[in-house]
Design a protein around this ligand. Structure first.
Ligand code: ADP
Ligand code: ZN
Ligand code: ZN
Length: 741
């Protein structure tokens, strides 16, 4: 390399590939490169292919000889597709998760832009009422209920509703087309300009409770870049706090980004935002097609969408005028991506808030221990809502010892009696069981053999609707055997209960009561979950049976009894996070009881009523239990007290995983200057050693302080990347792993 500047500008480009390096190019022929800007997309030759990369640096020299450099083909954007803020967030993400920067950009960019499409080719379609539609008497549509509802919705939004938002509200294209045909609605390419004069609010704000209002003012008074844990019991009105904070943000002409765990699971949240504000709201979630995603992304980037509601990856959404980030149900595991770039959207929200100097709100009734620990270390401030809003009282708890009790399809007699009482009083009853299918085990009465998935070495779950065996880990399916696979005996019996079995039991016990079952098997069809939720909202007495899909954030005013069929399962799990997760789940499910005027009651069936964690949860609540668990983690030097990073490997041959991870461990051990700071544990088999036909192993790094851990990984990644044994396995690095399975 010469010290002479090159006779042309050098463009440093990040390319979507597993290679960590950046690549140097000359500007396109006939282009001096002086108009090139960081953040622009650029089309370049890459081996035999043409790819779209991002300009990440402008230099006057390169490590590569000038003659060997290739010319880029074309700079695709006039102004950068990625703003300096998003570039900085992506670069931070790549560094922290030790992930190739090009792949991080791929996550931040909609597919259309990754493919090189023009950033503004996309027309910004929105639907409006026509004049006729605005004036017509709605009753003329009373035989077309969907059309009537949609027209009503369009009337409430004279500035139009984007295609993406309509999709989020579950309005079908057919309905819109039908209205168009009747000349009641039309599709226009007008931009969604927001008319200040109409006011920001569509409905008046609620008068805040004392706790709510001090939370709001505490957050508004805090430093601009502060993170607040909004720790509010279920039903305490966290959403109202969000709404009023967003109102302040909008008043300052800024945008708010709201992350939710899964939009499909909480359609009520979106409609509450829709009901409150006059401003364009855009949605970013996995249900959108690429054009819709592009449209939402662009509206946010141009500052036209004032509120952006999205799931995990929406944390990378650009905003012209960022003002606030909210992460609802911040403890939810769906914020952590479990493959590829294993980032935590909650943690990135905090990073982004710091970079953009805007407040971040993490809301939950059952905060993650990580967040509680950050409050303890004064990294986050704490705002608490200890009481339910709306005069609703906290539910009462009852622990049922079922050790010696006969169970009817998983239900004890006392529980059945209670269910009957609540139904007799015209209330709704929610029965929670965290397991779908009919039974988790199919057992030979003669020899103890159980039906196992050969691919995973775990038990098959027995399903009866339709009858089959299903492996919930690899999704393989098998016919139900007639005979024991070991002794040939034909007396095979289901053991334990899943949703299907409890449903059978409830149906025979309460044949005249309407029953709604909600699990992944009953909600496959589009809209079926929404329809079920709507039926619950009608308020008629009914039995509501389901898995954790029912636990998340729903407001069911008429549910007075919540029964948890098997409250022990998680407390007994091998993962050290088992008790934390199980108690979160119990509190979240319990939180569906008694959210309105009527008192709620919660029954926990347990085979281990003396379990200390369960006892603590019942006596001191989530707060008491989680503080205790946190102290245990500190004493045992486990996360969040220590920082962890996990190398995982999987392969068809078990030894390939171990040989590779041994070599990784060896590299890290020999190059670890801080022997006593960083522990290197393993390699060991993963808790689930075989899944979908592949063997799995892992190597754990732990450190009380973060910087040396990251340094060690960063310095050695190039060596690890070059290991030949790494080509025989699929491997990945998980920084801050959410579990060790
Ligand atoms: P959370 O999200 O904390 O579980 P929600 O935001 O769903 O609780 O609020 C529970 C119920 O209380 C909702 O019906 C909401 O409209 C009502 N609510 C919230 N804040 C107030 C308030 N200040 N006054 C009256 N009702 C309120
Ligand atoms: Zn399997
Ligand atoms: Zn047998």
């Amino acid at each position: 390399m010469t010290d002479q500047p090159y006779p042309s500008q050098i463009l440093q480009v990040a390319i979507p590939s597993p290679l960590r390096s950046r690549f140097d190019y000359l500007p396109p022929l006939g282009n001096s490169g002086h108009s090139a800007k960081i953040g622009q997309r650029i089309k370049v030759p890459f081996g035999p292919r043409t790819v779209v990369g991002i300009i990440i640096g402008l230099e006057t020299r390169s490590d590569i000889a000038f003659e060997k450099l290739r010319h880029a083909y074309q700079i695709l954007d006039e102004s950068p597709a990625l703003s300096p803020q998003i570039m900085a967030l992506c670069q931070w993400t790549a560094r922290y998760y030790h992930h190739p920067i090009g792949e991080v950009f791929s996550l931040a960019l909609p597919a259309k832009l990754r493919q090189g499409n023009d950033i503004d080719e996309q027309k910004q379609w929105a639907w409006f009422t026509t004049e006729k539609g605005a004036l017509i008497n709605e009753t003329t549509l009373k035989r077309a209920k969907k059309q009537q509802e949609t027209l009503e919705l369009l009337r409430q939004h004279p500035n139009g509703l984007s295609v993406a938002t309509l999709k989020g509200l579950n309005v079908s294209l057919n309905t819109l087309k039908a209205l168009e045909k009747k000349q009641l609605a039309e599709k226009k390419t007008v931009e969604l300009v927001h008319h200040e004069s109409r006011g920001l609010l569509k409905e008046p704000e609620l008068a805040l409770s004392e706790e709510q209002s001090s939370a709001v003012s505490q957050i508004l008074k805090a430093a601009p870049a502060s993170t607040t844990l909004l720790y509010g019991v279920t039903g305490s009105g966290k959403t109202e706090v969000y709404l009023q904070l967003i109102h302040q943000t909008l008043k300052e002409h800024k945008q708010a980004l709201v992350l939710v765990p899964e939009i499909g699971l909480t359609p009520q949240t979106l409609s509450r935002f829709e009901r409150r504000f006059n401003t364009p709201i855009c949605l970013i979630h996995s249900g959108l097609n690429e054009s819709e995603r592009m449209q939402s992304w662009r509206l946010a980037q141009k500052g036209e969408a004032k509120i952006i509601i999205g799931t995990r990856s929406a944390i990378f959404t650009p905003m012209l005028a960022p003002g606030l980030i909210i992460v609802d149900e911040e403890h939810d595991l769906s914020y952590k991506q479990q493959d590829g770039l294993r980032y935590s959207a909650r943690d990135l929200a905090v990073v982004r808030g710091n970079m953009d100097e805007i407040p971040v709100i993490l809301g939950s009734a059952t905060p993650a221990l990580e967040s509680m620990y950050n409050v303890q270390r004064q990294r986050y401030q704490l705002a608490e809502l200890t009481q339910r809003a709306n005069q609703a009282k906290a539910p009462t708890f009852q622990l049922l010892d079922i050790r010696q009790q006969p169970l009817n399809h998983g239900l004890s007699e006392v529980l059945v009696e209670q269910i009957k009482n609540h139904l007799d009083r015209h209330n709704q009853v929610l029965i929670f069981i965290n397991r779908r299918g009919f039974a988790p085990v199919l057992l030979c009465q003669q020899c103890g053999w159980t039906a196992q998935c050969a691919q995973c070495e775990t038990r098959y779950t027995l399903h009866k609707q339709p009858p089959h065996l299903h492996c919930h880990h690899c999704n393989s399916i098998k016919a139900i055997p007639r005979q024991c696979g070991s002794c040939g005996n034909t007396d095979l019996r289901p053991v334990g209960a899943g949703t299907e079995r409890v449903e059978d039991g409830l149906k025979s016990l309460f044949p005249d009561t309407h029953l709604i079952r909600v699990d992944r098997d009953t909600t496959q069809k589009k809209h079926s979950f929404k329809e079920k939720l709507a039926a619950i909202q009608q308020g008629e007495p009914l039995l509501l049976l389901g898995t954790q899909m029912l636990a998340k954030g729903h407001h069911f005013p008429n549910v007075t009894l919540v029964a948890i069929i098997n409250a022990d399962s998680g407390f007994l799990s091998a993962d050290f996070r088992g008790p934390e997760r199980m108690s979160q789940l119990i509190i979240q499910v319990a939180g569906r009881a008694g959210r309105a005027e009527k008192q709620g009651h919660v029954i926990l069936q347990s085979h281990q009523p003396d379990n200390p964690a369960l006892q603590k949860l019942l006596h001191d609540g989530y707060k008491g239990l989680s503080e205790e668990i946190l102290q245990e983690r500190i004493d045992a030097e486990l996360p969040p007290f220590t920082h962890a990073a996990l190398f995982r490997a999987e392969a068809l041959h078990n030894e390939h995983c171990h040989i590779f991870l041994e070599e990784v461990a060896e590299i890290l051990r020999t190059n670890n200057p801080d022997q006593n700071q960083i522990e290197i544990l393993g390699p060991v088999p993963a808790p689930m050693e075989k899944r979908a036909g592949r063997y799995r192993a892992q190597l754990l790094l732990q450190s009380k302080v973060r910087p040396p851990l990251h340094q060690l990984i960063q310095q050695n990644m190039p060596r690890i990347d070059e290991l030949k044994t790494g080509r025989k396995v699929r491997w990945s690095l998980d920084v801050d792993p959410a579990d060790f399975t």
